[in-house]
Design a protein around this ligand. Sequence first.
Ligand code: 4GY
Length: 237
Amino acid sequence: MRRLLPSEKQKEKQKLRVLIDILSLFPRYFIGPFNESIIKRAQEKGLVTIRLINIRDFADNRHHRVDDRPYGGGPGMVMMPQPVKAALRDVKGSQSHVIYLTPQGRTLTAEKSRQLSRETHLVLLCGHYEGIDQRILDREVDEEISIGDYVLTNGCLAAIVLVDSVIRFVPGVLGHPLAAEEDSFEKGLLDCPHYTHPEVFEGERVPPILLSGNHQEIAKWRQERALKKTKDIRPDL
Ligand code: 4GY
């Protein structure tokens, strides 16, 4: 194999960093989930930087209003374009990929999360009320993503889910370098069952094959169980 040029060596060592800006009306939503466990550690390691931006801070009217009544009538309120545009202008750069979280988007998959983990700068736009003025979505958003076929009260929880699933694919975030690949969905199957100590719990034994030390047989068993589970629960996969 060809030796790496000095510039390439440097690039190899250089950490893949992801900057994630989250624009919402409720930045406090994220404080709990982002300050625990793996997401917390990913930030401490400098692999991921998450910034929380309050769209209301960018409202140019005296009362910092961010919503107004929908043209054409009907219930609910719509987020006004001005504050959203100003917040986006504040964070957007040449490398930004802007995502709007909405049930109207393409459903998030592991493949999409892996793809997003290779972006330099993700901007996540979280709506509230009936949503955001369509002119912002048309002009400023690169992609609309849904986390599933149900409606949340706002986009913040969907953004938390997206961040969590994306950062698992950022190299160095999970302990084992191949952990993200080993998990469910990477082979198009649901995961197999897992067992730990004790060997007998309330009279139920761990499947004996897992204690056999025969790694080939264990791998075969896990594959079979994953296949059966997938056929039963998700034949569409
Ligand atoms: N499902 N996937 C979702 C959602 C809430 C009104 C627009 C979802 O991603 N987002 O249900 N979002 C709505 C609330 C404004 C977002």
